[in-house]
Write a new protein. Structure first.
Length: 258
């Protein structure tokens, strides 16, 4: 492009930006309130604002009632420190509809003059799909973790499949509420059907044990295979131990003997 005239270069660059699927603005922090001095057509189409409503204005006109204040502060600090920042925040179009905006801001210095280039991508569909997936997974986890009262003082739950952080969070919450509401003193977690992932499962079971201990209940782990028992011995750390048994029946028998 070196052989092209400056005017032609600028026109080609503007055409390229206007044809982009990514919205873009340029702001000038050396002017009062860091106003927008350039925007591409994608930005206007995404937000619904006209030229006279964009140029000379600070980008905060995209904020609304649910725009996260912490994220806004993060953006302000980055601009103050002249640093690059990427955030996801809820913005609003001119007609009031909300959309999720992945915003990237970069400082650029040209001829000793500082500018900020901001690019915005509408990721509303991506965010909504993730929220829907999380809700479905939470619903599935609620159904997969029923706590069964064996008697007035014993409750049991069987884990099946691969445990992740969300499933352990749901399990911990359900067990905590169960113990609080029923005053159950003994909780059995059967791991026969769990895909055992060494430290991950063991560490999370220790955490559940600590939570239940604080609530006056004791945890017992059943369904321990010889292979799992060896792995537990190899990863045990300090004074933290789990009470482990081969079967649920062994746990119940021991509790009934007391």
């Amino acid at each position: 492009m070196n052989h092209l005239k400056t005017k032609v270069k600028n026109e080609l660059l503007e055409s390229m930006l206007n044809g982009s699927r990514v919205a873009a603005v340029v702001t000038d922090p050396e002017l009062p309130d860091n106003p927008i001095i350039y925007y591409n057509e994608t930005f206007a189409q995404m937000t619904g604002y006209a030229e006279h409503e964009i140029l000379g204005k600070n980008c905060r006109f995209l904020q609304g009632p649910n725009t996260d204040r912490f994220t806004i502060d993060k953006i302000r600090q980055a601009i103050k420190q002249r640093e690059k920042v990427t955030v996801t925040l809820e913005n609003y179009r001119k007609d009031g509809t909300a959309f999720w905006n992945r915003l990237n801001i970069e400082p650029v210095t040209l001829d000793d003059h500082l500018y900020f280039i901001g690019t915005q991508t509408d990721i509303t569909q991506e965010v909504e799909q993730q929220v829907e997936l999380n809700e479905k997974e939470k619903e599935i986890n609620e159904q997969l973790l029923p706590i069964l009262p064996i008697d007035d003082h014993i409750g049991a739950v069987a884990l099946v499949g691969k445990m992740n952080n969300l499933r352990f969070d749901v399990l911990t919450s359900k067990l905590s509420h169960f113990v609080r509401d029923t005053r159950t003193r003994h909780i059995i977690i059967d791991v026969t059907g769990v895909l055992w992932e060494k430290n991950f499962v063991y560490t999370n079971l220790l955490m559940i044990q600590d939570v239940l201990r604080l609530m006056g209940s004791k945890l017992y782990i059943s369904g321990i295979s010889p292979k799992t028992a060896i792995e537990i011995v190899n990863i045990k750390d300090g004074d933290q131990n789990l009470l482990t048994f081969s079967t649920v029946q062994q746990v119940i028998q021991r509790l009934q003997e007391k």
